[in-house]
Structures are given as structure tokens and as C-alpha cells.
Design a protein around this ligand. Sequence first.
Ligand code: PDD
Length: 282
Amino acid sequence: SIVFLNDGFMPIEEAKISPLDRGFLFGDGIYEVIPTYNGKAVGLEPHMQRMFDGLAAIGIKSTKTLAEWRELIEQLLEANEGDYLGVYLQVSRGADVKRYHAYPENVEPTIFAMTTAIKPAIAADASAAKGFSVSTTEDMRWKRCQIKSTALLGNVMHFQQGYENGSDEILLYNENNFLTEASSSNAFIVKDGVVITPIADNQILPGITRKLILDILEKDGSIPVEVRNVSMEEVFNADEVWVTSSSKEIAPVTSIDGKVVGDGKVGQVWEAAFKLYTAHKY
Ligand code: PDD
């Protein structure tokens, strides 16, 4: 595949970075994943805004303007094959002359972009949707989860924990037994026809798929939405549970820790939301 590194495009085999890069040594960087369908990015502006917010939060001076990122993404998509591509963007603080914790001055950020194959877990046909099996565990990550940091070990360890149990994802809850999100997705529940998702605070990544779903449902108006704390008791008693992300869109969860969700089938509210999301996407 063709990737972008610092100032140009090249085959991935030719892309080389310094071992002193702080992205490598400290996980000191910000990333984004933007879904694209037939060359069209979904939620490009909110994705880029989240990246600018993350860079500002960790004190990396903005490297490119929105227009420059847009052009880079267009060129990257032209250079790579595929109808469903995730655009992966990463900006790390760059390579210093030594390993030292303080932010270095006068170091150029390292800019990297590549495409990844996304396979929307769900076929275009809602009736073909397969339910996700998930497990649950206490959220052991840091308290700045709103920053889309490349330091993903906390998320990776949680995902692995679920993966080793045969789970597709793992739902996380805080010390007060409230749902936060999943290891690489946001989480929603549906109860008595109401779609409910946790507040976007420092305990979760403010997912763009989450935001698009909330916006689409609010605009449509036929399904009520609540953004509030969700206890794990509510999760286990929900009619439906969903996990959402740029790569999996809205995935219906049909089993949690081996117990069925609702009637164990993919839910009707999920189907309605999925149709609205799919219509928005194209
Ligand atoms: N993951 N929460 C976490 C912890 C995530 O890593 C992600 C995305 C989400 C969903 O955000 P969005 O809807 O903006 O994709 C929520 C990406 C796709 C990843 O790391 O591959």
C-alpha cells in the first residue's frame, strides 16, 4: 500500500522512522481513524476537529490545516485500492536527540497516514447482521480517555482479555459500576424504545460514530435519546445493546458474559438506527 510519511507518499516498505521518535518511545502522539465509502469520508470534519483537540491537549502545534489534511486524505485514497477504507492518521511529537520525558522544543512532529481495510461488521442488508458477543470488566485505563492517544496499551490489554474469551468486544465499567465504553468502541443501550448512551466526559473517547448516531436520531425524531450515566444493572436488563465505531459502525450485541441481551436477537431499534445511519453514509 501507499502511505504518507512527513512530506510525501511512498510504498509502506519505504516508510522509516527514527527509534527516537516519541511515538515509539512514549506513545506520545494522537491518531484518528476515518471511515470512507467509495472515496467519501464519513464525518471528516468532526474527526479532524477531534484530532486538533487532541493535539492541542498534549501541546503539539497543529501541523496542517483542515484543507491540507483534506487534500492529503484525497491523495491517499486515490493512491490505494478498495471501496471501504479506513484512513489512519497519526501525529507524534517527533524524534528528539535523546530519551527525556519533557516535551522537547524545536522538534518537528512526525506525520503518518495509511489506509486500512474496514469491514463494516454488518452487510448492507440489516437482516444479515450478526450479533456481537461481548464480555465485561472494570475499566483500568487512565483518566484522560477523551484524548485519542496512540498509547493504547490499556485498551489493547482489555481487548485481549475479551478476545481470549472468544468475545468480539469488551464492555468497561468504572468503580461506581457505571458503563464507560468498550475497548475500541462506544456503547449504547436501548430500554423501552429509548436509546441511552453515557455522557462524553474524561472516561470515554467522544466517538464520531456515537455523535453521528445521536445527531441522526435527534434529527429524525422518531426514537427518543438520552445521554446520561448508565449502570451495569441497566446494561444487563436492556432490551438492546450496541457498540459503535468508525470501523464497525453500529454493531448489535446479543450476548454479554454469556447471557442473552433482550430476546437474544438483533433488535428492532438497532435495525431502524442502522437504516438511518446507512442512508446518511452515502
Ligand atoms: N477506535 N472508544 C474507543 C476507546 C475507541 O478506540 C474508538 C475508536 C471509539 C469509537 O470512536 P469512533 O466512532 O470515532 O471511531 C470509542 C478506532 C476505530 C480504533 O482505534 O481503531
